[in-house]
Write a protein that binds this ligand. Structure first.
Ligand code: ATP
Ligand code: MG
Ligand code: FE
Length: 338
């Protein structure tokens, strides 16, 4: 079984080919970061244009890497949402054209289902499991009782974790995307600055990072007004500590309540060294619970994760019609009741 995955929801044009659900035969990612950097964030119109320019090149490269042709494919999986509508449309239309021209089944995949399934390329998934999804647009705890079934038990009420990282980085005049820069600074500083942690109501698995972000911005501005200097390394370390405390504590509570066998880390912020270390500290030696953390290249946007999720849906007999459309506000529950 060969499954091709296509991902164009944001600023990466990505195509991958997976053999038998778990073996990576090709994984090509064309990043646009350099084009968006000078604007301090992703510019949707520029993203769409780059996807149009890159998609056929990336498709060819993936086929070459895997050493196969379109006629070898069992199915073609594509991110149908959520994301930027113009960006999503390029991937969806490329996938539909290939599916139609070569008579290959089409499978629409939710981007976050993809981030979670990046873990299937690392280890066999064992249910029930919990996934901590931390990305540029999402911060969620997702409970899975079986393949292809997603229950969001908690989510952010304002900023996503990655969004908070990027905004804090901007306050410290670090380049976009700021997550990796804050991560690096944090390791050179001490978490000596007092910053809030949003626990929300007792028992809630929801998150909130906008208060923390504002506290960081106020700390910087207040210091500037008083003519004092803050140590960016210490501020980064304090911010990162606050994010990690909340993420790890709530995840631990959910794991106890839902009695899961595995914890899967997912999304771009899963690349964070501090978060990875904190989770390993707390859960790696916990008998009965397996902690899975994907390699960095599978944490940020890629198409291997879309192919991995698509392969499971395909095996369950779930296909999309050629009327598949990009859906920027797609809900992960679309995968559930099929
Ligand atoms: P979504 O998946 O929610 O649609 P997205 O696809 O834009 O959003 P990802 O590509 O999954 O997001 O992740 C990008 C985010 O990850 C950015 O906010 C970036 O700053 C953050 N990030 C990447 N590496 C690190 C790191 N080492 N530490 C913290 N954040 C990081
Ligand atoms: Mg990206
Ligand atoms: Fe993503």
């Amino acid at each position: 079984q060969w499954i091709m995955g296509i991902e164009t929801s944001c600023d990466e044009t990505a195509v991958a080919i997976i053999k038998n659900g778990r073996e990576m035969a090709a994984n090509v990612v064309a990043s646009q970061i350099e084009s968006h950097k000078r604007f301090g964030g992703v510019v949707p119109e520029i993203a769409s244009r780059h996807h149009v320019e890159q998609i056929t090149i990336v498709l060819e490269e993936a086929l070459n890497q895997a050493g196969i042709t379109y006629s070898d494919l069992s199915a073609i999986a594509v991110t149908e949402g959520p994301g930027l509508v113009g960006a999503l449309l390029i991937g969806v239309n490329a996938a539909k054209a290939i599916a139609f021209a070569h008579g290959i089944p089409l499978v629409g995949v939710h981007h976050i289902a993809g981030h979670i399934y990046a873990n299937r390329l690392v280890a066999e998934m064992k249910f029930p499991l919990l996934s901590l999804v931390v990305s540029g647009g999402h911060t969620e705890l997702v409970y899975m009782e079986e393949h292809g079934h997603f229950e969001v038990i908690g989510e952010t009420r304002d900023d996503a974790a990655g969004e908070a990282y990027d905004k804090v980085a901007r306050t410290l005049s670090l380049p976009y995307p700021g997550g990796p820069h804050i991560d690096r600074l944090a390791h050179e500083g001490e978490p000596s600055i007092n910053l809030p942690r949003a626990w929300l109501e007792e028992g809630s698995y929801d998150f909130s990072f906008s208060g923390l972000k504002s506290a960081v911005i106020n700390t910087v501005h207040n210091a500037e007004q008083r003519g004092e200097k803050i140590v960016p390394e210490d501020l980064a370390a304090s911010f990162q500590q606050s994010v990690i405390d909340v993420l790890v504590t709530k995840t631990g509570r959910a794991m106890d309540e839902y009695k899961v066998k595995q914890l899967l880390l997912a999304g771009g912020v899963a690349a964070n060294k501090g978060l990875r270390a904190a989770l390993e500290d707390k859960f790696a030696n916990n008998p009965g619970i397996e902690l899975i953390i994907p390699p960095l290249s599978l944490c940020t946007d890629n198409a291997a994760m879309i192919a991995a999720a698509g392969s499971i849906l395909f095996e369950k007999g779930i296909h999309s019609g050629l009327d598949l459309n990009a859906n920027p506000g797609l809900d992960i529950a679309i995968h559930n009741d099929k």
